[in-house]
Design a protein around this ligand. Structure first.
Ligand code: TYM
Length: 342
């Protein structure tokens, strides 16, 4: 069976972008593949964060995975920091990562420019090495993510190839290893729709947890009234009718795509249904579809968080499963890199 891993940071609340770009797609994948889904708490400390809130946000994110339909009889759900090998492998990988590769990362460039060099930690630069470690530890075949993670996935692939080249094959065999590839080279899995959900207040920037205005995103746990208000006041345009893929109408394309995904209709069906609509007719339709889609998730979420011991057990079991795979990879890497084994 091919193996899939993915994760979300426990920062702020999970929004429709995280859901439509990533989590929703995990649900169908868990039936076909071996899946591991983690909450990347170590990534969440990259920029300034609230110490008082991290552990609760981590549990809440796990509860959201389950509420969205991640099924623990099929998938392992665990917290990144519970499996120590992530950090350990990161150190080993960082020795093989050229600084130039990290300097080129768009997310690093944007955030460090905004905050200034003196105000960001080294972790902002090395963040993609930790992400590569999350993926390579599990010898993953596919990584379902939104479009904004493609560059990090490319770096992960390059790094896997580089380590295989530097330490794998005959060199590894001479050290008593099995030779061959140390890491599998993973592929990104980007959904055909929903890979880049845009902000409700600006159709040209993506929906994000860190945008200052909460009106720019719909959070999975937003109450009905708030969802209605956010859609009612979201940015639109004054063209006639509604259509996909008009580059001058990013908001229109975005809202139709969201409607398509939450209603379960096809793009063609939505294009025909909404062709002659105006915003006044479409917005209530979208509001109802979003609320109807999120309602069962919110109910499930409430049940899951009401039983903390259940969630503890899920996360403990998940970490135990993950650790077996992670330790095997880590042990190979230490061997291939020539370390004295205990
Ligand atoms: P994060 O927490 O920023 O986002 C989690 C997932 O949501 C996707 N996403 C979006 N998709 C569509 N539209 C949007 N507006 C949108 N915003 C976010 C992201 O692409 C991602 O799939 N570095 C990662 C987490 C990570 C990870 C990993 C993922 C760490 N290690 C290993 C996969 C495998 C991140 O910060 O995602």
């Amino acid at each position: 069976k091919k193996r899939i891993v993915s994760g979300v940071q426990p920062t702020g609340s999970i929004h429709l972008g995280n859901y439509l770009g990533a989590i929703k797609n995990w649900i169908s994948l868990q039936n076909i593949y071996e899946t591991l889904f983690f909450i990347v708490d170590l990534h969440a400390i990259t920029l300034q964060y609230d110490v008082q809130k991290l552990s609760k946000a981590t549990r809440d994110t796990a509860a959201i995975y389950l509420a969205c339909g991640v099924d623990i009889s099929k998938a392992s759900v665990f917290v990144q920091s519970h499996v120590r090998a992530h950090v350990e492998l990161m150190w080993l990988l960082s020795s093989a990562t050229p600084i130039g590769w990290l300097n080129k990362m768009i997310q690093f460039k944007e955030k460090s420019r905004k905050e200034g060099d003196e105000n960001v930690g080294v972790a902002l630069l090395t963040y993609p090495v930790l992400m590569a470690s999350d993926i390579l530890l599990y010898q993953s075949d596919l990584v379902p993510v939104g479009e904004d993670q493609i560059q990090h996935l490319e770096l992960t692939r390059d790094l896997a190839k580089r380590v295989n080249h530097l330490y794998g094959g005959r060199k590894w065999k001479k050290l008593g290893g099995r030779g061959g590839q140390i890491f599998k080279v993973p592929e990104p899995l980007i959904p055909p729709a929903g890979a880049r959900v845009m902000s409700l207040t600006d159709g040209r920037s993506k929906m994000s947890k860190s945008a200052p205005s909460d009106d720019s995103r719909i959070n999975l746990l937003d109450p009905k009234d708030l969802i209605a208000k956010k859609i009612k006041t979201c940015t639109t345009d004054s063209f006639l009718g509604l259509e996909f893929d008009n580059p001058e109408r990013p908001e229109c394309n975005n809202l139709l795509s969201v409607y398509q995904l939450v209603s379960g209709k096809t793009k063609e069906e939505v294009a025909i249904e909404c062709r002659d609509m105006n915003w006044g007719t479409f917005k209530p339709l979208l509001t109802d579809a979003v609320i109807a889609h999120l309602h069962p998730i919110q109910v499930q979420y409430g049940e899951i968080v009401s039983d903390p011991s259940y969630l503890d057990k899920v996360l403990a079991d998940g970490a135990a499963n993950a650790e077996v795979i992670a330790e095997a990879t880590l042990s190979n890497v230490y061997q291939a890199m020539g370390f004295l084994r205990r």
